[in-house]
Design a binder for this molecule. Structure first.
Ligand SMILES: O=C(CO)COP(=O)(O)O
Length: 152
């Protein structure tokens, strides 16, 4: 696989997702980081987004609810390089009816090399990075060269 560089702007597109047992944690984390979140464009799966919008009073692009396809919608945006960061508080104690979608989302985030914060402390780490307030270059798979290499 060859790679190329993708410019991540100062104003980032951030996806916020939490499983039901983790929604309260995500809401209180987001309230603590509201001053930073306000600088970015926010996306979320349906229920998480509605709750965050209510508690934060910030506009959020809401996708379909996770079990109905929202994880896959977020994954699709990641593969189009339209999301820069994923904050996903997934539940380590309960399997989900849409576990294949959860796995697919985490996989596609790894493929496209976007930062993923899976819990409160990793999200704190990411948000305290100077990269949050700066543009930077991210290495991503070069799809054109991948396609060329597969032209049989
Ligand atoms: O299930 C989810 C992520 O896998 C989250 O979906 P909701 O935000 O709609 O609850």
């Amino acid at each position: 696989m060859e790679y190329k560089s993708h410019k991540v702007p100062v104003k980032k597109s951030i996806a916020l997702v939490a499983h039901d047992n983790k929604k309260d944690e995500l809401i209180s984390w987001a309230m603590r980081h509201k001053e930073e979140l306000v600088n970015h464009e926010l996306f979320a799966t349906g229920t998480t987004g509605a709750l965050l919008e209510r508690h934060l009073g910030l506009p959020i692009h809401k996708f379909i609810s996770g079990p109905l396809g929202g994880d896959q919608q977020i994954g699709a945006l990641i593969s189009e390089s339209k999301l820069d960061l994923l904050v996903f508080f997934w539940d380590p104690f309960e399997s989900q009816p849409h576990d294949p979608d959860v796995k697919a989302l985490l996989r596609i985030a790894a493929v496209w090399n976007i930062p993923v914060a899976c819990n409160e402390s990793s999200a704190d780490f990411v948000f305290s990075s100077p990269m949050m307030k700066a543009s930077h270059e991210r290495r991503i798979p070069d799809y054109d060269s991948y396609l060329r290499s597969r032209s049989f």
